[in-house]
Design a protein around this ligand. Sequence first.
Ligand SMILES: Cc1cc2nc3c(=O)[nH]c(=O)nc-3n(C[C@H](O)[C@H](O)[C@H](O)COP(=O)(O)O)c2cc1C
Ligand code: SF4
Length: 419
Amino acid sequence: MTITGTARRLLSGPPLRGGPESLTEHLTRLGPVPTGFAARRAIGELETAGILGRGGAGFPLGRKWRAIAERVAEGGPPAVVVANGAEGEPASAKDQVLMERRPHLVIDGAVVAADAIGADEIVFYVGREHTAAVAAMSDALAVRTAGIRTRVTLVEAPIGYVAGEATAVVHYVNARDARPVTTPPRMSERGVDGRPTLVQNVESLAYAALIARHGAAWYRSAGRLDTRGTALVTLSGPVREPGVREIELGTPLGDVVAEAGGVTAAVSAVLLGGYFGTWAAPADVWAMPLDPAVMRERDLAFGCGIIGLQPATQCGLAATTRIIRFLADASARQCGPCTYGLPAMAEAMERISIGAARDDDPDNLERWTAMVAGRGACSHPDGAAQHLESALAVFADDVASHVDQRWCLATGGRAGGAR
Ligand SMILES: Cc1cc2nc3c(=O)[nH]c(=O)nc-3n(C[C@H](O)[C@H](O)[C@H](O)COP(=O)(O)O)c2cc1C
Ligand code: SF4
């Protein structure tokens, strides 16, 4: 996998292909981890920096840290920090790369967070399928434990898309059950062991460690538009150098692809934000700055930085079907939309993509996408509905051709033939 980018902060330092950065290399490069007063000051720096979470929802770090710090300061029990490195999203690889190559930066972020909010326990929650990341984090923790004042554990997250959702994370740490928890109170009030809990993506934490060292002004000195800083993205599809890159936020999508050597084949659509994200027509987004605020205005999501290019000669409906089927299978089916809606959506898409559509499949799909949104205990069905809705719009001509002619416009063959 290529790991590169022109705007190196999270991925700065020694060559990235050489495995994890050692503690000595890390400390020589960045100096000691800020603790005590310097860590507590980090909350204000995060607020001034305006950094947003990198796990998908884009919530401001400063606000989250301050809320928990105040709760603890008011006499609540010590808090818990959970570093979320589950990364169950198949189109994303950035968290694995970060943990594999810069494990000490991730650990630093969790240590700063613990000191800043008043936590006495840190849990590193790492997807068990990401074996190199688990090994790198475990090795890095082995040489750090003596210097960390909190209790530290590494929990291998079960395989599954939903296992990285924040309430599922806490549920798994508490009870080894990675299903989202549907009832209040919020985790910032009662999470792991009933204590205030900060669940934070590992990239967010790594960046917090840099901001604690270099300050908010440094953070804000990168970024081309209102949303400042750099971010990790995972680029896939017909591009010369697919893989994880660090980009300056606000860089136009076409420039990111050009920095990755450009496309190697024509592209019919771009998947932004991953499996919960949105398909867009290349002409509509090629010049668009990859800036969460700009994207939100256009009903697109930066999410966890996924950019998937769909080759023009491969069936976009087949790609969508695989994703909707994956999302339907990924839910624990605790709620109505995931039990009935998502499987029905996957079946209708399967029929359309192989040229066996029923007359009412397209209308039903539109109806179901509107029906499932907002009806689950977590946002899983909303993500699936958003994905499908965008596919029906971007691949509208191909949907009509698959349904009416049983013909795939992308492959130029019978629907359901070569993909
Ligand atoms: C179905 C689902 C899966 C998720 N998986 C992950 C994940 O693997 N890693 C992650 O950091 N956040 C994941 N999230 C987002 C978390 O719920 C949470 O918002 C995030 O860990 C908070 O960290 P951040 O504020 O740094 O982004 C997921 C959310 C949903 C709805
Ligand atoms: S909405 Fe779906 S994924 Fe979320 S808790 Fe309910 S069944 Fe599980």
